[in-house]
Design a protein around this ligand. Structure first.
Ligand SMILES: Nc1ncnc2c1ncn2[C@@H]1O[C@H](COP(=O)(O)OP(=O)(O)OP(=O)(O)O)[C@@H](O)[C@H]1O
Ligand SMILES: [Mg+2]
Length: 229
């Protein structure tokens, strides 16, 4: 039996601008099981980042329900949402979002500091995961001493190190040349084969094809496309 880790029912997100209300997500229904590699494909302005912010517990729905690991995600105090984020979500961004003054290894250790892990264990786990993404030789380098692809590998290691329920990636190849982008997608596919659950947001249909499932979002409406695997 597949283990359901995410469920959205009739999820609506509206933004109020003055006295205008804009409905950005228009009743999203989505289910994700452990081990899925889901691509969310959609054009600019369709609501991808809005959906990603809700999946990542950076924002909450206006109406409808969102369950993550069985827990109802609603308008909770920021400190509660940040605990859920730290435990459940590994974020990967287009622009890597590494801290420039810290080594690759220290960047990867950061989420473990927030999670209260001891220095010794942080050191071991960050080294292990950096090896896993092919950066054993670069752990002491700062981000500006790394290529774009290497920086994204550090960001992926940082996302993996807490063993989150979902790896959540927003345009992870958007800042990379095509060949480097392919290498990062190969790494995602390996992680998927190891059983990781990945949600990847992209506007690029070729990139989306790396997923095992594709959903399309157009003007705030989501529909499931073809299954690749
Ligand atoms: N904080 C906000 N307040 C008001 N409107 C917003 C807010 N954030 C997003 N929107 C609106 O919601 C719609 C969807 O935006 P969103 O950022 O989710 O699109 P996107 O699919 O991520 O686009 P892109 O591919 O350009 O990043 C847009 O019309 C945008 O103007
Ligand atoms: Mg966006």
């Amino acid at each position: 039996m597949a283990e359901r880790i995410l469920e959205m029912k009739n999820l609506v997100k509206t933004y109020v601008m003055g006295d205008e209300e804009q409905v950005v997500l228009k009743g999203i229904n989505l289910e994700i099981n452990r081990g899925d590699f889901l691509s969310v494909l959609g054009p600019s302005g369709s609501g991808k980042s809005t959906l990603m912010n809700i999946i990542g517990c950076l924002d909450v729905p206006t109406r409808g329900t969102y369950y993550l690991s069985g827990e109802l995600i609603r308008d909770l105090p920021e400190v509660s949402l940040s605990h859920i984020r730290n435990r459940e979500i590994g974020f990967i961004f287009q622009q890597f979002q590494l801290l420039p003054r810290l080594s690759a290894q220290k960047n990867v250790e950061l989420p473990l500091i927030y999670a209260g892990v001891s220095e010794k264990v942080r050191h071991q786990r960050s080294a292990h995961i950096l090896e896993r993404v092919g950066l054993a030789e670069k752990m002491k380098n700062r981000p500006n001493q790394l290529s774009g692809g290497q920086q994204q590998r550090v960001a992926i290691a940082r996302a993996l190190v807490t063993e989150p329920t979902i790896l959540l990636a927003d345009e992870p190849t958007g800042a990379l040349d095509q060949q480097t982008g392919h290498q990062i997608m190969d790494l995602f596919k390996e992680l998927h084969a190891e059983g990781k659950t990945i949600v990847m947001i992209t506007h690029d249909a070729e990139v989306a094809k790396n997923g095992s499932r594709i959903v399309r979002i157009v003007d705030g409406n989501l529909s499931e496309g073809v299954y690749n695997a």
